[in-house]
Design a protein around this ligand. Sequence first.
Ligand SMILES: [Zn+2]
Length: 664
Amino acid sequence: MDKNQAKDRIAKLRAEIEHHRYLYHVLDAPEISDGALDSLKNELENLEKQYPEFITEDSPTQRVGGSPLAKFKKVKHDKPMLSINDAFSRQDLDDWFERISKLTQANLDFFCEPKIDGLAVSLRYENNKLVRAATRGDGLVGEDVTMNIRTIESIPLRLHDEKNQLPQVVEIRGEVYMTKNVFDKLNKELSKQGEKTFANPRNAAAGSIRQLDPRLTAKRELKFMAYDIVTDLGLDSHQAVHEKLKQIGFRAGDYLKLCKDLDEVFAWFNELKKIRNKLPYWIDGVVVMVNNLAVFNQLGFTGKAPRGILALKFPAEQVTTIVENVIVQVGRTGVLTPVAVLRPVTVAGTIVSRATLHNFAEIERLGIKIGDTVIIQKAGDIIPEVVQVIKNLRTGKEKNIKVPKRCPVCNSPVVKPESEVNFYCSNKSCFAMQREQLYHFVSKNAFNIVGLGPKIIDQLIEEGLIEDAADIFALTKGDLEPLDRFAEKAASNLIASINQAKKISLARFIYALGIRHVGEQTAIALAENFSSLENLRKASQEKLAEINDIGPVVAKSIYDYFQQPKNIKLIEKLLAAGVVISVAKKSKQNKFFGKNFVLTGTLSSLTRDQAKEYIRRFGGRVSSSVSRQTDYVVVGSEPGSKYAQAKKLGVKILNEKEFLDLIK
Ligand SMILES: [Zn+2]
């Protein structure tokens, strides 16, 4: 065979192997045996060895390659990976329908697909070649897991595009998952080797995708189910999206169904509930989506989730057991959480010996006593909870549960703010609180200090090496080496990851502070609105409350946090220890960056919430009153006094069309 013949043979082999991959992984209809396919792959590999100049990245021989990574790079998603709101009953489904029907006159039909319990990833193809794969992360920023994703055979390395119709960049989303068989096999192996097993298939899939060595990922036999094309291909329905996905090389869902109304949706949901145990992978519900994409887009967003889509979840599994005791845990914010200690019982595939009781009001509502027989439930990753007490089974020996007068950890008095159901330890530096704060501080969505888990933090506190978060950044290799479990390499690794964590985004920094009521989303909103720590520190309660989703209680909590000298000291200590807060730079996607908008009157093509959502998406802020700081006033029909005020102050006024042009 001469060089030209080899080149020709290589191209044909690749096409043939891809054809059989498609038959096997997408259509479940293999035409040749595994052995025959392997021998085609062998021939290709040998030819490529002989003629390495013909090796391309999208060759099926190149799925597992490259050397292990030191860590994953961050990837900013071009379009955020949004979340989906959950529904748990027919009533929830009807309520949803009622809400969206008010926003559209269109006849609605619904596309249903099983919700696979896996890990969402986004795949980017350029010129039809897979160039990047990223995890969902926090929805805005994920991790680059391209090398690992390439090992998944149900993902094409090159899109099928014979007629050259696809745009240069195509972005696909879907779920990486592990089949039940592989999951069982993996856990058996892990436990044989004395290693920790995975609690559920989602963790197993996530753990496998986050291997730094792609050869390990390849062994985990992951699969991929595509469910969306982010790039606009001019398709008019979600059903068409699934058809297209299949055409261009993906497995795009089993048990898909287009339903003309909610009766059909609910019937399909019940059907899947019956057969879900027989499927080769786990599903935890059905995703229901408005099929017409024009209507779907028109419906817009509510909070972080699109209005036109809903995840209808299967009911949680329930079992009965006995409450043997109730203990009280002290959380990061000092909140006291009662926890039921249960006679161990298996539910939803895992052994459960504790269940949260949420708070003492919940104990009262349930009427629960120590010794009671209770119904507990667990769904997916959710913490098990007590749903009901079976009072008829009481013997009379059950004991009442009392709110402790003193903190179970530091013995300080317990207090209850009037506006809340929760009780708190009054000691602001309660040991447990401090420890929880530190766990939170280094956690994945905060400073993300890899290798600094709770056990090591406990050890560092006990040894007196750290007292607060800033002390972490002062640790040296010499501090760590004498400790148990720290070999020299582990110590240098941890110091390296601490140093790496010093540079942090403002949103993560705010989240890491552990301000009461400030979760990840609120931290992101604060970072976007204030753009510097200094601005946030100086913000008044009123200014804080102007931000969408931040109510007066949250605003007060943030404000109070920055009034406490102890907290300011900690922040200053962190900055002095070398922590650098990076502020997102102005970009095209942030074309309203730093701009203040005020809305008045009614817009004909958008609801007020949709308009706000657009402004924020482009980096702008929305305030409720016009001042000299206002950059634009968007005026709809029947505007209020804000319009007059804007004219008086000479603020730029936009009518609806001008505003729509800006956000187009
Ligand atoms: Zn305490």
